[in-house]
Design a protein around this ligand. Structure first.
Ligand code: GUN
Length: 296
């Protein structure tokens, strides 16, 4: 192995410790407890697990979490009313509607009901629009790409002038990731399922962010020696040695990529914990703004 492992778990713990201090200060000086509302619709085990770990982190850091677990067949108008109620609730500083929502739900309308000052996921078109423009500040940056950026920065790699390749163009990860890197003066290429000569493009990258949801899609011989490789993928594969019979792997073929890359994130223990840490940070920011301590 030549690559240095980027310990997302440890970096996330440092961020969460700072958030915990901020929460304690708000409580003692302003009698205000930051609160995150989670809205989970349906039974998807992965979504359930993500929401549970977000709520657990809230508890660890001294924040309130208000969990709404709703049946998969909830009508659109009922779900909308719940989110509108959370929008009015002064104890709720951040609202997170776990995606994906069921097919019969108009996700755009639900996300649109989250006021921008409570949009701790950073998913509203207004936030994304601001993020995509020069010299505009979004209220919140989406948690996963923000966490990826911190992991890249933790390596000490110079982002300015670097060639960065983002694999995937989702609204949640790929697109905002590309803009974050662009704003730090990287030369960014966004690749997707229709990209031609993909291996040759990835081979030019000093920084690779893989967010395509395909198991071990990126092999070691696509990687420029010394590159920083951030693996956003969370894919289940069978593993008879585990009690559960399965384990998680990324979008990157860790075993071959680690022999070539300079730095690499593991799965699990890389990007995942950072996403949650950034959500906690965004929720604290929302509460600090509500208390008038930070400008929007
Ligand atoms: N589904 C997958 N990732 C995310 C996320 O970061 N936030 C929400 N709300 N849903 C998701």
């Amino acid at each position: 192995m030549t690559a240095t492992l980027i310990d997302g778990k440890a970096i996330a713990e440092t961020v969460k410790a700072q958030v915990k201090e901020g929460v304690a200060y708000l409580k003692s000086e302003y009698n205000l407890t930051p609160g995150l509302a989670t809205v989970l619709v349906g039974e998807r085990p992965d979504s359930r697990a993500y929401v549970a770990s977000k709520q657990k982190s809230c508890a660890e850091l001294g924040m309130n979490s208000f969990g709404h677990t709703l049946p998969a067949d909830i009508p659109q108008n009922e779900l909308l009313e719940i989110v509108q109620g959370l929008a009015r609730d002064s104890q709720v500083h951040g609202i997170l509607a776990q995606l994906p929502l069921p097919n019969h739900i108009d996700a755009e309308a639900i996300l649109g009901a989250v006021p921008i000052e409570k949009d701790v996921d950073g998913f509203s078109p207004l936030n994304v629009g601001r993020l995509s423009m020069k010299n505009r500040e979004p209220m919140f940056v989406p948690c996963t790409p923000l966490g990826c950026l911190q992991l890249i920065e933790s390596t000490g790699t110079q982002i300015e002038g670097a060639r960065a390749v983002v694999l995937g163009r989702s609204n949640i990860v790929g697109l905002p990731m590309a803009f974050l890197l662009l704003h730090r003066n990287a030369t960014v290429t966004i690749c997707h399922s229709r990209t031609r000569d993909l291996p040759d493009i990835v081979r030019q990258a000093d920084i690779v962010v893989a967010a395509i949801g395909k198991t071990r899609f990126v092999p070691g011989d696509w990687i420029k020696p010394g590159a920083v490789v951030i693996d956003v993928g969370i894919n289940e594969v069978p593993d008879a040695t585990k009690k559960s019979g399965k384990r998680l792997v990324g979008d990157v073929d860790f075993d071959s990529v680690k022999e070539v890359a300079g730095f690499i994130t593991p799965v699990p223990g890389g990007v995942g914990p950072m996403t949650i840490a950034m959500l906690m940070q965004n929720t604290l920011t929302a509460a600090q703004r509500a208390a008038g301590l930070l400008k929007p």
